[in-house]
Ligand binder design. Structure first.
Ligand code: GDP
Length: 435
């Protein structure tokens, strides 16, 4: 997917505009998982072209007292990582010095930049908007994020200028694609180095699906897999600050290109907001997930047992708790092989196909013993179910009154499915449809 970043100073209306872009897609995701976690990343589609959107503003806490330097770094990162940038400004405020700063950075960029003047909801403001020519970014779009006017034209242009991504070839026997994600200093590099060694058992170097992601094939400990290496991993020395925005932004592309995300957390810090955001990013993209609690060598075993630690993490994972959690040390190389083994297992879980007749044999008796609760005196009957031939596990249950099946029952079905089949580490989708 192409990645589109929304940049601009605080209070210009980035979040409102962002929410408008991702609205429909998010609603679908929500009805399935029952949660909304991240507000800063979403998927959108216009004229049949799908893209991911990142709202850089969501990461700035507070509004007026934001350092200019911070915005500058965010814009620089968006320039590095995104395929196109929407620069949002506010007609009410006019051109501010900070807008001029951002424009200066953007003028040097060869990627598509779309200047959108927001809050233009009447003719007078349409005239006021001309002052934004002074930013030196050329033509602009006038929009009103609040009611959506003007966004159609902007999006027409956006999907027109998005780069064509090379076709991804369907391989006959694809190898697992792993990506190691986590915030700075979690130990990602140490883990990768320990895993693949200095001599790097490189088999082939294949240019990935984007200009700056390289999938390298490794053959280690009897496993063949690809590591999705990204600019984010290679350039990590450049950015060492522990800012939420960086790790999420750096992770987006890597996650989208992988099958399984190996999420590393620092045992001495716990499973915090930033880790959770990366986790939900993987879940939202329907990727496999393995959580590695790294630096376990530093934790006093008398004060904290793996079981307590694991329980605390799982509480945060609700409702997607069926995720492998391993305690490792990249330093002492403890359980790294196990981690790789589990990642391969998650990959297999995600790929599995359940035969329809067997699936019915297993699920229908469960449903019969515990049917969906009757609603308004009507009974929901589920007659038939199957796995869909989709790249990530999706299941459809055919019912007479699918609209009467509510989230708690969906969760019940998901739990039963997970009890009977191994989907550990794999997000699944369950739908109820009219037969
Ligand atoms: P990255 O930013 O996620 O790639 O993290 P690094 O691999 O650069 O590691 C950050 C710091 O943590 C370095 O000083 C590592 O030596 C240290 N570190 C990494 N893994 C472990 C571990 O398992 N145990 C301990 N004690 N230190 C570790």
């Amino acid at each position: 997917n192409n990645i589109v970043a929304i940049v601009g100073r605080p209070n210009v209306g980035k979040s409102t505009f962002f929410n408008r872009l991702i609205q429909r897609r998010d609603a679908i995701v929500d009805s399935v998982s029952g949660v909304t976690r991240d507000r800063n990343y979403g998927k959108s589609e216009w004229n049949g072209k799908a893209f991911s959107v990142i709202d850089t503003g969501g990461y700035i806490k507070g509004s007026d007292d934001v350092f200019e330097g911070e915005i500058r770094r965010q814009v620089e990162l968006a320039i590095d990582e995104a395929d196109a940038i929407i620069f949002l400004v506010d007609v009410e405020e006019g051109v501010t010095p900070m807008d001029a700063e951002v424009a200066k950075l953007l003028r040097k960029v060869t990627k598509p930049i779309l200047l959108a003047v927001n809050k233009v909801d009447n003719g007078a403001r349409e005239k006021d908007a001309v002052e934004f020519y002074s930013l030196g970014l050329g033509e602009y779009f006038t929009i009103a994020g609040m009611n959506g006017s003007g966004t159609g034209e902007l999006l027409d242009e956006l999907v027109r200028v998005l780069p064509e991504l090379p076709e991804v070839e369907e391989e006959e026997n694809p190898l697992p694609k792993f990506t190691v994600v986590g915030r700075p200093n979690a130990g990602k590099s140490s883990f990768i180095n320990a895993l693949i060694g200095e001599d790097r058992f490189v088999v082939t170097d294949i240019a990935g699906t984007t200009r700056d992601s390289i999938d390298t094939t490794y053959n280690r400990f009897g496993f063949e897999f690809k590591l999705v290496d990204t600019a984010g991993i290679r350039r990590k020395a450049k950015v060492k600050e522990d800012l939420e925005f960086y790790s999420v932004m750096r992770s987006v592309r890597a996650i989208e290109h992988s099958d399984v995300c190996i999420l590393m957390i620092d045992a001495t810090r716990g499973f915090e907001g930033q880790d959770q955001n990366i986790f939900w990013l993987a879940e939202k993209n329907r990727k496999g997930v393995v959580i590695l609690v790294n630096k376990w060598d530093l934790v006093e075993k008398d004060t904290m047992s793996t079981r307590d630690y694991e329980r605390k993490i799982r509480e945060e994972l609700q409702p997607f708790t069926d995720v492998p959690i391993l305690f490792v040390s990249a330093l002492t190389k403890q359980r790294l092989l196990k981690a790789l083994e589990v990642a391969v297992e998650v990959y297999e879980n995600r790929k599995q196909r359940i035969a329809t007749s067997k699936f019915n044999d297993v699920m229908l008796p469960i449903i019969e013993a515990m049917p969906p609760p009757a609603l308004k005196g009507k009974y929901v009957k589920i007659k038939y179910c199957m796995q869909l031939p989709t790249p990530t596990p999706q299941f459809v249950f055919f019912a007479n009154l699918p609209q009467y099946v509510k989230d708690p029952y969906k969760r019940f079905i998901e739990n039963k499915l997970r009890e009977n089949y191994n989907f550990s580490g794999v997000p699944i989708d369950i739908y109820f449809r009219q037969k």
